[in-house]
Design a protein around this ligand. Structure first.
Ligand SMILES: [Zn+2]
Length: 235
């Protein structure tokens, strides 16, 4: 072994020890891009066509319920899939880089979309401060930050807040979810979004109940319009 090869392998070993290349989607030990996904997972992401189609199944969740200008999710989500694993790693395993990474991918899709107009402000769906303290972050804020990196639009995460801790919604139906989250959001500054186009951001679109209730609160601020993006949509 030459000295340069020796040092190279030493550096590789060192980097590997500091940054183990575990794919955050399939959890396999593979070479990963940007410390996130292996080549296989990156090339087989279940992408939606929402950014190319105006009347898509994300927007459908809100039709007849609330005025949402445009909606899109980046990925399809199924139970017991690798995407569920990815979202679990984002939400509960401290893998915050997943949020920023996919936020950036959402923004790239928005830039190419004929239907998405750049918003004035990005608002993540808040979680209760107690939950955020335990988790260390709000996963929707991470996604919003990734979008902001690319579009250079500010994230405002201190006006719409979650004032009641509503607990898990997973076992509830849509109407129960709406009931459960109604009045759980609060606006701290009514003038903050007046006349502005808000992009509301969440991690997963399941029934749309949380986004609907949050958007209802935001409408009391008289924004010019509200658009919605999420990292994934359940099907
Ligand atoms: Zn993988």
């Amino acid at each position: 072994m030459s000295i340069s090869t020796f040092f190279k392998s030493l550096i590789d070993d060192f980097i590997y020890t500091i940054f183990p290349s575990l794919c955050l989607m399939c959890n396999e030990d593979q070479p990963v891009k940007d410390g996130i996904l292996c080549f296989h997972c990156l090339s087989s992401l279940p992408l939606t066509d929402h950014f190319e189609i105006r009347e898509n199944d994300a927007l459908e969740h809100f039709e007849g319920r609330i005025q949402i200008s445009q909606a899109a999710s980046l990925l399809y989500f199924q139970k017991d899939s690798d995407i569920q694993n990815l979202l679990h790693n984002l939400k509960y395993k401290g893998q915050d880089s997943i949020g920023t990474f996919f936020g950036q991918r959402i923004a790239e899709k928005m830039e190419k979309s004929p239907y998405f107009v750049n918003p004035d402000v990005i608002v993540p769906i808040p979680i209760h401060t107690k939950k955020e303290r335990i988790r260390g972050y709000n996963q929707s804020t991470l996604i919003a930050n990734g979008i902001s990196d690319v579009l250079k639009i500010p994230v405002v995460d201190d006006v719409l807040i979650k004032s009641t801790n509503t607990g898990s919604q997973t076992s509830l139906h849509r109407s129960e979810r709406v009931k459960n989250v109604t009045n759980s959001f609060e606006i701290l500054d009514q003038s903050a979004f007046s006349g502005r186009h808000i992009l509301l951001v969440d991690d997963v679109l399941t029934t749309g109940a949380t986004l609907e209730v949050a958007a209802q609160q935001l409408l009391t601020c008289n924004p010019s319009k509200i658009s919605v993006v999420t990292l994934a949509i359940a099907r």
